[in-house]
Design a protein around this ligand. Structure first.
Ligand code: NAD
Length: 475
């Protein structure tokens, strides 16, 4: 049974009941899964009022109470992971093992926030006079509006919700209309864990209309968005015009530097598998592959051979290693990248086209001999396409890696400690992974610099965007 889709406002699940609806379908089979109710303006007003009312109580709740609820949600996440993962494979397309893995890793996010919210400390500042006491308090910022995408429907939403709720804020979240089951499941768990009505509210609708309405509302004090750079800039501008705090987790174009002293066979295999995770629809996906001259041929061969063995299919099939793209509009986007590469003299050495079967399937694709200004080298493909090009020395590698306005993740493969140090100092990115993929754990900060965003989620930084600083002095 697919998730019963609903809005969640002021502690109530609300179905179609005369509202506009949107069809949700399976990207692997095109089968219709359900109807998603859209929030009316009255629903949004109700969510805003509920979040404002609930904030007055929740802001003063004990961190022990918040911790207990977050921990309970972590426990329910583990119990319900199979069912939630299956529904996510149905509406988002990723292989079942990846979907269940995403949900299970989110239980750790709940646990982490449950622990850390008990450590939101202020501080005492030594005063200039003995009779004066000076204190810094950290208080919840208020009602938050959050917008999360379809590539990691559970993960992106739970991180924002746990951070807001753990900090003592209340939140209205609009999840991904293309893949809504995970967010509805999250609402059911917080409901079952005893979260007071109004602390968490879930709405659906036309993204631009909902974000515009919520960000302009004087009730909302903070905006958090995960998605593309252009939309992030638009929302951050609107939030700025109304002087609201933002957290922006935006796109990337992660460079990979493979040096000739690396274990090339191992690097090629690991990178091929990581590239196809979630069919490449990952903001930290390795995107531009720079391989040092001497090992270019060896890397390319091993990389392509591994990609060829990947089984593409319906995510519910246990043999599937890569599912479909999440929605129909991704296919023409992939075609555009390949067409542009061909026009500029690029060689498509693997794939390059949609797979001829029902569903939004695109073949794992490798393109070589591309100029630096090709679309693939400058815009986020967000799909299973990898451009592989050469570089000669470390200075050139770092310079080309830093050449784009993005700064999310970077990958380096080397066995030289000196190269590891120089690249970790020189690369302009929020996250640098050397010889393995280690980002996005609950205890580590996740976020970008430059156009890739503002602020971090996870790690001890996780509550920073949800707190304000208050200075108190008394005699
Ligand atoms: P898109 O830019 O239209 O949408 C991306 C996400 O933002 C979607 O979830 C969408 O619902 C939401 N969105 C769009 N306009 C919005 C608005 N005005 N207000 C609030 N939310 C809004 O593109 P798409 O075709 O859905 O996805 C493709 C691109 O999005 C990719 O190329 C990638 O750059 C980016 N993306 C990034 C992430 C990430 O994790 N950073 C996730 C998903 C998509």
């Amino acid at each position: 049974m697919y998730e019963k889709l609903a809005l969640y406002i002021d502690g109530e699940f609300l179905g179609e009941e005369g509202r506009k609806t949107e069809e949700v379908s399976n990207p692997a089979t095109l089968e219709v899964l359900g109807q998603l109710p859209h929030a009316s303006t009255a629903d949004l007003d109700r969510a805003l009022a509920a979040a404002a009312r609930a904030f007055e109580t929740w802001r003063h709740s004990s961190p022990m109470t918040r911790s207990e609820i977050l921990r309970k949600v972590g426990q329910l996440t583990r119990e319900r992971a199979q069912e939630i993962g299956r529904n996510m494979t149905l509406d988002q397309g990723k292989p079942l093992a990846e979907a269940v893995g995403e949900v299970m890793s989110c239980a750790e996010h709940c646990d982490w926030h449950a622990e850390e919210c008990r450590r939101i400390y202020g501080r005492i500042i030594p005063s200039r006079k003995p009779e004066v006491r000076q204190m810094v308090l950290r208080e919840p910022i208020g009602v938050c509006a959050a917008f999360t995408p379809w590539n990691f429907p559970y993960n992106q939403a739970i991180r924002k919700i746990c951070a807001a709720i753990g900090a003592g804020c209340t939140i209205i979240l609009k999840g991904p209309e293309d893949a809504p089951s995970a967010v509805v499941a999250i609402a059911r768990m917080f409901h079952d864990a005893g979260l007071p009505p109004g602390v968490l509210n879930i709405v659906w609708g036309v993204p631009a209309e909902i974000s515009d309405y919520l960000i302009r509302s004087p009730i909302v004090r903070k905006v958090s968005f995960t998605g593309s750079v252009p939309v992030g800039k638009q929302l951050a501008s609107l939030a700025g015009a109304h002087m609201k705090r933002v957290t922006m987790e935006l796109g990337g174009h992660s460079p990979v530097l493979v040096f000739d002293d690396a274990d090339i066979g191992k690097a090629a295999k690991q990178l091929a598998r990581f590239k196809l995770r979630n069919a490449g629809q990952v903001c930290i996906s390795p995107t531009r592959f720079y391989v040092q001259d001497k090992v270019y041929g060896q890397f390319l061969e091993a990389f392509v051979e591994t990609l060829k063995t990947v089984k593409v299919g319906d995510g519910l099939d246990p043999d599937t290693q890569m599912g479909p793209l999440a929605h129909a509009r991704r296919i023409p986007t992939m075609d555009k990248f390949v067409e542009n590469a061909r026009q500029l003299g690029g060689k498509v050495v693997l794939g390059g086209e949609r797979i001829d079967r029902t569903g939004h399937f695109f073949s794992p694709t490798v393109v070589t001999d591309l100029p630096e200004d090709a679309m693939l080298m400058t815009e986020e493909p967000f799909g299973p396409i990898a451009p592989v090009v050469r570089f000669s020395d470390i200075e050139e590698g770092i310079r080309r890696a830093n050449a784009l306005p993005f700064g999310l993740s970077s990958y380096v493969f080397t066995n030289s400690l000196q190269t590891a140090t120089r690249t970790s100092n020189g690369l302009e990115a929020g996250m640098i992974n050397i010889n393995h993929f280690g980002s996005a754990l609950a205890e580590t900060p996740f976020g970008g610099i430059k156009d890739s965003g503002i602020g971090s989620e996870g790690g001890t930084e996780t509550f920073d965007g949800y707190l304000v600083t208050k200075f108190v002095t008394h005699v």
